[in-house]
Design a protein around this ligand. Sequence first.
Ligand SMILES: Cc1cc2nc3c(=O)[nH]c(=O)nc-3n(C[C@H](O)[C@H](O)[C@H](O)COP(=O)(O)O)c2cc1C
Length: 183
Amino acid sequence: MIIEAIFSTLNREGSPNFAPMGVVWGEERVTVRPFRQTQTYENLVASGYGVVSLTDNVRAFVQCGLYHVVLPHFTASQVPGVVYQEACAWRELQVISQAGDEQRAEVHCRVVEKGRRRDRFLPGAQRRAGGGHPGDPPEFVRCGLDRRHAGSLRNHRRKNRRRERKTGISGNPGLYQEMIACV
Ligand SMILES: Cc1cc2nc3c(=O)[nH]c(=O)nc-3n(C[C@H](O)[C@H](O)[C@H](O)COP(=O)(O)O)c2cc1C
């Protein structure tokens, strides 16, 4: 099952990087499919380690996906890496092999350590339906996002547009569409 999560890695200087990534979640193995131009890919293959954190805090997806914010974190216990502070559950990972194509890697990892704090918040309708409304787009269920998050995302998009107009620096509009499509 693919779950949208926050993936963290360390760069060569040891500074953490966070990015939203869909992962194939498992007890013994986790597979992540980063595009080859991402910092996540570079760090993951260079260091050989990563941490995947599950969260229901949608702001974390916006902050690190769009603004490259270094999220609050604590040190992972068994691998060189960090865990997102608000993770409901996490896996500390060691890379065992990689495949994929020119654009996108498929990195297979061994679960070295697991942590869990609480269940992820799922909106009532998703809980009752055992994971989602019939007819909901799969991304909606996968992200654990809820239609109430749409307002917050739209506010971010409005602010971002204003910032872009002022600075002339454009963000990542494709990513916004992807996230708004989730709610
Ligand atoms: C819900 C969600 C899932 C994503 N899944 C992936 C993914 O599986 N692989 C990927 O390369 N990018 C994915 N992205 C896009 C990356 O998070 C985005 O390109 C990010 O800026 C990469 O950051 P980095 O360069 O610091 O690694 C996803 C974005 C969102 C919002």
